[in-house]
Write a protein that binds this ligand. Structure first.
Ligand SMILES: Nc1ncnc2c1ncn2[C@@H]1O[C@H](COP(=O)(O)OP(=O)(O)OP(=O)(O)O)[C@@H](O)[C@H]1O
Length: 273
């Protein structure tokens, strides 16, 4: 069986609450995400997508409720997760090359002297090749465009030992070529049996995922796309504007959308209450 699959879910949350100091970011939410699948977290701006992803990556403290990742606490699971953040904190002013940034993905497995072994160099080479950025390897990170940098950060994540990869809005603002390169990685990670969790504003991207989590300050619904992306749930998350296509996309004008008359509003994965 490939890594990341099996009975242990990728994540299980029970009445999870996430805060920033006094500010409530995600209200009581429960969900279960199977391992080895692609999960898309979708919702309006400020709905808690990045905060939830951060918490799943063990980088945001749980204010209340329970959160288990890969059968343990999110903090303990952290070393098995490669995380590509929306705003990466790699210092862009210092003259660090693309190869060095990607090689940082190997740091957790290197010894005290951080001397790369042949296997480490091979992993860096393979990650550069997978994102088709070998020609950028000697360039300084600070000289690259936003889309090129995004590919570098995904390559860094790939170079890391991991069973799950988390991507915060990986395709936002990318041209077709960069978007396709990252899309290919999502598929190859899935094929390798790794869990992929990404945040997105794109309904089509969410529909293409195995699992969807719909957010609006809490988890509105979770489960398979056809159970979650219903007119009832989308209206609940985005407001009535979604009906007329003036939210973040003409969701309900989609001929493939469910017939509201057949939608009881209760997804198998919809949280109770
Ligand atoms: N560093 C922070 N300090 C305080 N509040 C924050 C911080 N980051 C996010 N928030 C708040 O937490 C809530 C959830 O934000 P979050 O960034 O998770 O939403 P999001 O769905 O990812 O948004 P977007 O689609 O705009 O990226 C929002 O109300 C936001 O204002």
């Amino acid at each position: 069986m490939s890594a990341g699959t099996g009975c242990t879910p990728l994540a299980r949350a029970t009445d999870l609450v996430l805060r920033y100091d006094g500010h409530l970011a995600v209200d009581r939410s429960s969900l279960e995400l199977p391992a080895g699948q692609v999960t898309a977290i979708i919702g309006p701006n400020g709905s808690g997508k990045s905060t939830l992803l951060h918490a799943l990556a063990g980088l945001h403290e749980v204010a209340a409720g329970r959160l288990e990742v890969l059968g343990t606490s999110a903090a303990r699971a952290q070393s098995q997760i490669a995380y590509v953040m929306q705003h990466v904190a790699v210092p862009e002013g210092v003259p660090i090359t693309v190869r060095e940034v990607v090689a940082m993905g190997r740091y957790p497995t290197l010894g005290w002297w951080r001397r790369p072994r042949r296997e480490d160099r091979e992993r860096v080479r393979a990650a550069l090749a997978a994102l088709e950025i070998e020609d950028l390897a000697a360039r300084h990170l600070g000289e690259l465009s936003g889309g090129q940098r995004q590919r570098v950060y995904v390559a860094q994540a790939l170079a890391q030992d991991h069973v799950a990869i988390f991507l915060d809005e990986p395709l936002t603002g990318l041209d077709m070529v960069s978007a396709r390169a990252i899309d290919r990685i999502i598929h190859s990670e899935h094929e390798a049996g790794h869990s992929v969790v990404l945040t997105t504003h794109d309904l089509e991207e969410a529909r293409a995922a195995d699992q969807v989590v719909l957010m609006a300050g809490r988890v509105v619904a979770w489960g398979r796309p056809e159970e979650v992306l219903t007119p009832t749930h989308l209206t609940s998350a985005y407001g009535l504007g979604a009906l007329h296509g003036d939210a973040q996309g003409p969701f309900l004008d989609d001929p493939h959308a469910h017939d509201p008359a057949r939608d009881d509003g209760i997804s198998p994965g919809a949280p109770a209450g």
